[in-house]
Write a new protein. Structure first.
Ligand SMILES: [Zn+2]
Length: 158
């Protein structure tokens, strides 16, 4: 790969293959890694999860705000899956910096390697904000391609 001083990304920041079936949506937003995770057992159910930068506070519930049964004072498997997909999409180094993890995370390969450095606790929050961001995201993903400009997309350019 051609490297130049204009190349803004480190190789570890380049996106890896994502499992969108397991984690259809993940983003670094508003001091949180947050996303939507498919239920392992029921294809009609999804979980909405987040983990907060700095504090490490976390929560996971269904999109109907039923608390996740896997939360027991520590992040559930959905939060771990979401973090691992964030690491794939954004790179572990960037996710580590975003979460304000105070160590060099370059050797970290699993979500627990990040979570163990955060002393978060469960923080109940309604799922709808994250879930509606997911639905908006889906709308853009499903927009038919067009040669004409899409007005809502202009902020990506400016
Ligand atoms: Zn969960």
């Amino acid at each position: 790969m051609l490297q130049s001083s204009f190349w803004p990304y480190q190789p570890e920041d380049l996106p890896q293959k994502r499992n969108v079936k397991k984690v259809p949506f993940v983003e670094l937003f508003n001091d949180r890694v947050q996303g939507v995770v498919s239920s392992g057992s029921d294809i009609n159910r999804v979980y909405v999860a987040f983990i907060e930068a700095g504090t490490g506070d976390f929560y996971c519930s269904t999109n109907n705000n039923r608390p996740c049964g896997g939360l027991g004072g520590r992040p559930c498997s959905h939060i771990q899956e979401m973090l691992e997909e964030a690491m794939a999409q954004y790179g572990t180094a960037r996710v580590g910096r975003f979460l304000k993890i105070p160590i060099d995370v370059s050797q970290v390969t699993a979500a627990w390697g990040l979570i163990q450095h955060l002393n978060g606790s469960q923080k109940k929050e309604p799922a709808n904000e994250v879930f509606s961001r997911f639905l908006t995201y889906l709308r853009y993903v499903e927009l038919p391609t067009s040669k004409h400009p899409i007005p809502e997309m202009t902020w990506f350019v400016s």
